[in-house]
Each structure stands twice: as C-alpha cells, then as structure tokens.
Design a protein around this ligand. Structure first.
Ligand SMILES: *[C@@H]1O[C@H](CO)[C@@H](O)[C@H](O)[C@H]1NC(C)=O
Ligand SMILES: *[C@@H]1O[C@H](CO)[C@@H](O)[C@H](O)[C@H]1NC(C)=O
Ligand SMILES: *[C@@H]1O[C@H](CO)[C@@H](O)[C@H](O)[C@H]1NC(C)=O
Ligand SMILES: *[C@@H]1O[C@H](CO)[C@@H](O)[C@H](O)[C@H]1NC(C)=O
Length: 417
C-alpha cells in the first residue's frame, strides 16, 4: 500500500517543481494538507499508471492524468415549478458514481430571509456561491453554519428533504438508528439515525461526479468564480419553462400566490403591483442568465446548457441523454429505467403537488385549461422578451389559449455551448 501512494506523492512533488509559478501549487498543497489519500487516488484514477520520466529525467505533466480530470460537477439551475425535482432525478438516479444534493441552498435562503420576506440579493448571491463551491468539494462546513438548529458534532436532524437525495440515504451515510431520535426529513428507503455530515462528506469524496439542484440562484453571472475554479469542472444546466405555466402551477401550489388567485376569480390585475413587479423580476433574471449563457463568454464555454422543461416532458429519454453527453458522464441503465418507469404512468396515479410520476406529454400543456386568459395576458405583457427567447408562442385570444390543435411551443434548439 505504501508504495502505491508514494508514486502519486512523487508525482505531485514533481508537479510542484515544474509548475512553480502556476496557481496549481496552492491546489496541490491544499490537497496535501487534507491528509486524505483517497483525494489523491480515486478508485479508477489515471494516476494508478505511474508517469514515465522523460529523457531529461523529469516528469512531464499531462493535464488529462490529473486526479480530478474526469470528475464533473453539475449544477442544475431552475426556479420553482419548472420540473426541477423531476429533472434532478435524472442525476439522483445515476447510481454509485454520483453524489446528488437536493436544494441545499434552502437553508441559506431561510437564514438570510429578512423580516418582511425576501433576501438581500447581493449578500445571498455570495453565500449561495460560496456554499455551492464548498459542497462541490464535499465540504459541508459552510452549509452547516446555515442549518437551524446548528448541527452538533456535524450531526443534524434537520437537513431539508434529506430523503430526496439518494446519496444521503445510502448505506454508507446511514448512521445507526436510535429509537426516539426525530428527524423531520428522514430517509424513506431505510431506517437511519440523524444525518452525520462527516459521513456524507466521506461518501461524497468517493464519488466520481457531483450534482446539485437549486431553484435559488438568481443570476448565472454570480457563479462565475465556480466556473473559473481550477479544482472544479462545473457544468451548468439551466432549466426553463413557459412562465405562464409556471405561474399557473405556483397559483395552485403556493399560498403566497393568493393575490393572483383572487385576480383570477375576481377583478383585474392592478397594473403597478408588487406581485406583477416580482413576476417581471423573475422573468428578467431567467432571461438574463440565459442570454449570458447563450452568448458564449469565454468563462462559460463548454459549461452551459439551456433546457426547456417542455422538451424534457415530451422527449425525456432524448433530453436526458443530451444532458449526460453535455456533462460528459456515462448515461446509466438505472437512469434509463427510472425514466421509463416515471414518464409512462397514467395521470390518475399522479397525486400530490410534488408528485414526480406523471404522464409527461399530457402534463406539459395542462396549464392552458386552468390559467384564465387575462392572467396569461399579464404574463405575456411583462415577460414577453423571455417568452420570445425561449420560443413560447404568445396567445391573442381565449380561444387560441385553449385550442389543443395549436402548440404554444416552437421548435427551438439551443444546443450546449
Ligand atoms: C529537456 O529539457 C529541455 C530544456 O528544458 C527541453 O527543451 C527539452 O524539450 C526536454 N526534452 C524532453 C525530451 O522533454
Ligand atoms: C446587502 O448586502 C451587501 C453586502 O453584504 C451590503 O453591502 C448592502 O448594504 C446590503 N443592502 C441592503 C439594501 O441592505
Ligand atoms: C460521524 O461520523 C464520523 C465518521 O464515521 C465519526 O467519526 C463520528 O463519530 C460520527 N459522529 C457522531 C456524533 O456519531
Ligand atoms: C399520455 O398522454 C398522451 C397525451 O394526452 C396520450 O396520448 C398518451 O396515451 C398518455 N399515455 C399514457 C400511458 O397514459
């Protein structure tokens, strides 16, 4: 064993010498101080092939043989009611090679919520970015500081929707169950004790890939340091959905949309209302993030993919395959069979607002029969550039809205850049 580790150590020392002026030094020394041999030597790492000295007797650095070169970090960015739980499952179901986290930023947003609701956009953007950056490195310490009550010895009974992340309910992260220990979001698949984040971190470090889903990041640009972090290989997947469908869905699911519900059943939507401004703000944020992504700035090249929920719902297997191709990780039989099982079920079997099982094709246009035309008009007025960018057709009458023969989804390919 000792010999096995000595090779990468020699290799790393050589790196330090060769790349003296390079930023890589700080990265390598960070790793050395972590005292985690598995960090340097993942199970199937190319490092197991000893590098050959060249004629000059020195070791040549090949970027492709670096321990992290195959490791991918996928960030699924969405907003609420865009089908992100469903799409997140594409990665949650990947299997043993993936460490998946479901909405870890829930805790951050909750703690940073100001009196009277809302957050300071600047402060929360920074906190979101820093927490994500650590989590992609399997470090839960900053996230811990946002969990209420504060974890004791890195153990918490309160991690939001632990059960939605199969990685956090895996056997290796399942501490012995203690009678009477109450965990709000306990695992459904097996009986575990409260979540030990040290165990979660150790399990995360063993995985080839990491994926995080979040509906909380407002602007893609705020995550630029993640894209530029040389220790990460981040792939951003931005998931969007017709804002009219999103509003229709939020009106059903969320209490705080009660004003919209009132406007839908009685009177008209006031022109300059806070709710309308919020809707416009949401649409603008989503559009601006996508515009940055689609413009292919250098820092995002090869790292950004835009996906419409409507395309995923209609062609789930094709879109999932594309996402995996973009991320550069193998599409597994587990993902395939999950998609088959969860997109063919009948509507009757789908129950509950957060239900994942649904008839995807039918589901995608259902909102057209529940959203009053006058509400659709408001969305179209304040979100028009967003609708246009993503290829959602504007309706000009109630008749057009509810005419099944007219699709409101234009064919549009965004590609991955
Ligand atoms: C040996 O070192 C010299 C000077 O650094 C370099 O120009 C040359 O390419 C090296 N030879 C090999 C085979 O790497
Ligand atoms: C928001 O947070 C930033 C950074 O923490 C701070 O400088 C700014 O004053 C805050 N803005 C408001 C309106 O509180
Ligand atoms: C959490 O897990 C780690 C690693 O297995 C272990 O050393 C530690 O004792 C556990 N913490 C508690 C409070 O059980
Ligand atoms: C799903 O919905 C589509 C469109 O309404 C329909 O054609 C299809 O038969 C449904 N599939 C199942 C399995 O219910």
């Amino acid at each position: 064993m000792r010999f096995k580790y000595s090779i990468p150590v020699v290799f790393v020392l050589a790196l330090v010498i060769i790349e003296k002026e390079n930023k890589i030094i700080s990265r390598v020394s960070d790793k050395l101080t972590l005292k985690q041999p598995q960090l340097l030597l993942p199970p199937d790492s190319a490092l197991q092939i000893p590098p050959k000295p060249n004629q000059n007797g020195s070791l040549t650095f090949h970027p492709r043989t670096s321990a992290k070169s195959k490791q991918k970090h996928i960030l699924l960015l969405a907003t609420t009611r865009t089908g992100s739980s469903f799409v997140g499952e594409f990665f949650n179901q990947q299997g043993d090679n993936m460490f998946y986290l479901f909405e870890p930023l829930w805790h951050v947003e909750k703690m940073l919520t100001l009196e009277g609701g809302g957050t300071n956009a600047t402060a929360s953007a920074k906190a979101y970015r820093d927490v994500l950056q650590q989590l992609f490195q399997c470090d839960f310490s900053l996230l811990e500081s946002f969990i209420e009550p504060l974890p004791v010895d890195h153990v918490t009974t309160n991690l939001f929707r632990r059960w939605s992340s199969s990685s956090l309910c895996a056997e290796s992260v399942c501490s012995p169950f203690v009678q009477g220990d109450f965990e709000k979001f306990h695992c459904k698949t097996r009986k575990c004790g409260p979540l030990n984040l040290t165990m979660a971190s150790q399990s995360c470090l063993q995985k080839d890939h990491r994926a995080i889903k979040s509906v909380r990041v407002r602007q893609l640009e705020t995550l630029r340091p993640l894209a530029e972090d040389p220790s990460l290989d981040v792939k951003f997947i931005q998931l969007v959905r017709d804002p009219r469908a999103v509003l229709a869905s939020r009106m059903v699911a969320f209490e705080k949309y009660k004003n919209w519900k009132e406007w839908a059943t009685q009177g008209n939507v006031p022109l300059d209302d806070d709710e309308v401004r919020k809707l416009k703000g949401n649409c603008d944020n989503i559009r601006m993030s996508a515009q940055i992504g689609l413009k292919r700035p250098k820092w995002l090249r090869g790292r950004y993919m835009l996906v419409r929920y409507e395309d995923i719902a209609r062609f789930p297997m094709r879109k999932a395959t594309e996402m995996y191709e973009f991320a550069g990780i193998p599409f597994t039989p587990q993902v395939r069979s999950w998609i088959v099982r969860n997109t063919q079920v009948s509507q009757n079997e789908a129950s509950g607002v957060y239900s994942l099982q649904r008839n995807s094709s039918e589901h995608v246009e259902k909102w057209r029969f529940s959203l009053p035309f006058k509400i659709a008009q408001v969305v179209q007025r304040v979100c028009r550039p967003t609708l246009k960018l993503f290829g959602y057709k504007v309706v000009n009458s109630e008749k057009m809205l509810t005419d099944r023969s007219i699709s409101l989804i234009e064919d549009k390919a965004f590609g991955s850049l």
